[in-house]
Ligand binder design. Structure first.
Ligand SMILES: O=P(O)(O)O[C@@H]1[C@@H](OP(=O)(O)O)[C@H](OP(=O)(O)O)[C@H](O)[C@H](OP(=O)(O)O)[C@H]1OP(=O)(O)O
Ligand SMILES: Nc1ncnc2c1ncn2[C@@H]1O[C@H](COP(=O)(O)OP(=O)(O)OP(=O)(O)O)[C@@H](O)[C@H]1O
Ligand SMILES: [Zn+2]
Length: 481
């Protein structure tokens, strides 16, 4: 490992020979995460490194600027943002100045910027190839042209400096949007958005497009409800159909089978096997541990209140994408394509006042929408360790599970708090319309027997929703200006 002098500090540089000290931990659409460091540098113990990915379909260039002109305008109040030379630095400033004031510093880790050599990235790419889900490999690779990465605490472990005598267990939950929109800019044809959660409707589109093989009964509205019964139900549903919304780690290693980034995981771990895993963590008889564990997760969500702030941040999306899209066109000073398509209709008339807003007001609407988008897509990591000595002082919060009379230390951290690219606004609008219209069509089919339906209606859905091809567009993960 080398050290390189930068303008204001000495930074660590990860070289080719360091790659073997890290193991694959997981990935999302935009980043690959390595952990389990087994080298000799104490800076890296208990940490993960988060490395940008690049879509295979796009030629990468090292010279594109980090933020576009309009993004610089949108985020100009974040000190130092326009001078930031890498995505990681922009990301850190965003977390520090925008996200932490909303979610609190207790549950957020800004991480540290480190340098990585191209040889390090290429060696990582080779080393982790076999562990990555095939569909992620097809879509993207480690971006060989980024020269920095983010070093963050591994939130799936309990690093105390004390030798760990007791095992610990962590869950990662991607809660998604926990409220129903109530904006007057929602078209009447889309009124269903006011009563059914976006997650539930999106499941129908994902099923239709072949991204999942069965729909999940998880509903974010339950998870965010503040009612223990509903939170319990949400956690059970997440365990039953985890998809990419629920993962389990034992002593820092992923144990929920086949889930490392796969979107279609129908079951996390075999119930019986998991009962054995929980021995030594949950003080209950075999057969009762799983239920207690799921209860523990639900209780912790309730007593920690950690989702309350997240919900407030999500609700910065005040006027829904059907309103915010118009403010977006004001910000980029372009003719509004949505109003253009609606022509002289009722909807267009309802939304046209949005085009008379000042630039400042339009910027605020779009900024708040983008922040809410981050809050709707982040994940929560909850880690638990049984308290062996009830009287022992703890550095962590504790939770008491009455049903089994047992106390646990716990930690709660949000991960994946990335700034979303501004150009995604158009995608957000289009996806929203697709989700609602697919859901509405499918509901209609439920009540109208197929033989009475006009054949054209099926054709319209299939051509519109591209049944054969999976329409997930990972080109969005690298944002050009
Ligand atoms: O639009 P959504 O709700 O499908 O969310 C996307 C996620 O899909 P999913 O949670 O499976 O539905 C999607 O997750 P997956 O790739 O499906 O695991 C990403 O998190 C994506 O964000 P980004 O492009 O990496 O910044 C997410 O995009 P954003 O909407 O957060 O920008
Ligand atoms: N600080 C951390 N501690 C432990 N595990 C982590 C940490 N950060 C990320 N991970 C693991 O790596 C996976 C991918 O990370 P992350 O969600 O940040 O990727 P992403 O590409 O930004 O995701 P998305 O698809 O939502 O954009 C996570 O799902 C989690 O399992
Ligand atoms: Zn408009």
């Amino acid at each position: 490992m080398a050290k390189r002098k930068t303008s204001d500090s000495m930074e660590l540089v990860l070289e080719e020979s360091d790659a073997g000290n890290w193991v694959y931990k997981g990935e999302g659409a935009a980043n690959i995460v390595l952990g389990g460091y087994n080298g000799s540098n104490p800076h890296f113990v208990g940490k993960v490194i988060r490395i940008q990915k690049a879509p295979r379909s796009k030629t990468q260039s090292a010279t594109t600027s980090v933020l576009s002109v309009h993004e610089n305008l949108l985020w100009r109040d974040i000190e130092g943002i326009s001078a930031s030379s890498t995505k990681e630095i922009v990301g850190q400033l965003y977390v520090k100045n925008v996200i932490i004031p909303l979610l609190g510093s207790e549950h957020v880790d800004t991480g540290m910027h480190i340098l990585v050599s191209r040889q390090f990235l290429e060696a990582v790419e080779n080393n982790i190839f076999c562990q990555r889900p095939a569909w992620r490999v097809d879509a993207s690779k480690v971006n060989p042209l980024c020269d920095s990465a983010l070093l963050i605490s591994d939130h799936s472990i309990f690093p105390d400096g004390i030798v760990n005598v007791s095992p610990y267990i962590s869950v990662e939950i991607k809660p998604k949007c926990g409220f129903l929109p109530n904006s007057r800019f929602i078209a009447e044809a889309n009124a269903v958005k006011r009563t059914i959660s976006r997650f539930q409707m999106h499941q129908v589109l994902k099923l239709h497009q072949g991204e999942i093989s069965c729909v999940s009964d998880y509903d974010p509205l339950d998870l965010f409800s503040g009612s223990i019964g509903k939170i319990n139900k949400a956690i059970k549903e997440l365990f039953t159909t985890p998809q990419n919304n629920f993962r389990i780690f034992l002593n820092g290693s992923l144990i929920s089978e086949g889930m490392a980034g796969t979107i279609d995981s129908t079951r996390s771990v075999a119930g019986g096997e998991f009962e054995d895993t929980l021995e030594g963590i949950i003080r209950a008889d075999r057969g009762f541990r799983l239920n207690s564990f799921l209860q523990l997760v639900a209780e912790t969500i309730l007593i920690s209140g950690v989702l309350d702030q997240l919900l407030d941040a999500q609700q910065l999306d005040l006027i829904d994408i059907e309103g915010a899209i118009h403010a977006y066109y004001n910000v980029i000073s372009q003719h509004c394509k949505v109003c253009g398509e609606w022509g002289d209709s009722k909807v267009s008339k309802r939304c046209s006042p949005l085009h008379s807003l000042s630039l400042e007001d339009s910027l605020k609407i779009v900024r708040d929408y983008m922040i809410a988008a981050t809050a709707k897509d982040c994940s929560l990591m909850l880690s638990f360790r049984p308290k062996m000595d009830e009287d022992q002082m703890s550095l962590h919060n504790t939770v008491y599970l009455e049903s089994i009379n047992q106390r646990f230390d716990y930690k709660a951290y949000f991960i994946d708090l990335d700034m979303k690219p501004l150009k995604k606004m158009v995608h957000y609008y289009e996806l929203d319309q697709k989700i609602v219209s697919c859901y509405t069509q499918k509901e209609k089919m439920k009540y109208e027997p197929p033989n009475l339906m006009n054949r054209n209606e099926y054709e319209i859905i299939d051509s519109h929703f591209n049944v054969a091809g999976n329409s997930r567009d990972e080109s969005m993960l690298s944002d050009g200006p």
